[in-house]
Ligand binder design. Sequence first.
Ligand code: AHM
Ligand code: MG
Length: 334
Amino acid sequence: HAAEAQRTDLMTITRHVLNEQSRHPESRGDFTILLSHIVLGCKFVASAVNKAGLAKLIGLAGETNGEEQKKLDVLSNEVFVKALVSSGRTCVLVSEENEEAIFVDPALRGKYCVCFDPLDGSSNIDCGVSIGTIFGIYMIKDKDNVTLEDVLQPGTHMLAAGYCMYGSSCTLVLSTGNGVNGFTLDPSLGEFILTHPNIKIPKKGKIYSVNEGNARNWDGPTTKYVEKCKFPQDGSSPKSLRYIGSMVADVHRTLLYGGIFLYPADKKSPNGKLRVLYEVFPMSFLMEQAGGQAFTGKQRALELAPTKLHDRSPVFLGSYHDVEEIKALYASES
Ligand code: AHM
Ligand code: MG
């Protein structure tokens, strides 16, 4: 009966968010409208990613009338910026692709700030491996007097966060601060349908995920932790290593299967690689909402206070118990 209901009573992402909002009688549907514009961006990128390989093969890419085909990441950024601005619900945008914050024209301003990476995992674009979009959403106090300070808020102030993974299927994972839900794009309907309700990350995992090519530059606790994953001293089995090099794909697997994802600091990159506002914060928010943890090596990741738009931070996120172990190693170091 449940399966039959699923086929005929479709829980689209819009219906889901409207349901969630009905618990807030004061809400006027602004968030639902904002989200539907984000969803439009995700559908566009999903379709562009799917065509990208083929476009190359049949000569659609490259020179056309002397004008070079836009790179997928640049194109995706334009689509998201335009979709967010035209929603009429945003006042400031931060994109990985734009050096400066984008302040929306006063006539089109709404109360939300969106920080996003339109197409993350650039090294995987040209070989057809999973890539994704990441976003975090804040509310701005006074949309008519918005400044850069309003954008540099700690992650604990985030209202909602999510990512969309362009993989073997297109999956959008979202939290509005009340758990985590996953939606899969049904290409025949053009709708995201709830397929992963109330995602909870396993308390303990069997997988670690890190770029081990950087190992010679790691600090003591990271080195010790990864050594423990491979040569556990407590009689447990070693963990498996999985590393795609697309944060969205590596975090998605971590969320569903459990385990830990690490992008630590190293001697060459003392703040790691990943960006606070649109990579570390949204993923940390989702992890906590799913019952996991996110740690920087010094503190709870969401409590970071960024000072610049494109600040970076080391991050260790995943299953509660696994992050507890790395926290203990950092604590014993200091
Ligand atoms: P990008 O913004 O250039 O795509 O870099 C971000 C990506 C993340 O998706 C991924 O977790 C990380 O870079 C992988 O980095 P590395 O290649 O150093 O392992
Ligand atoms: Mg990125």
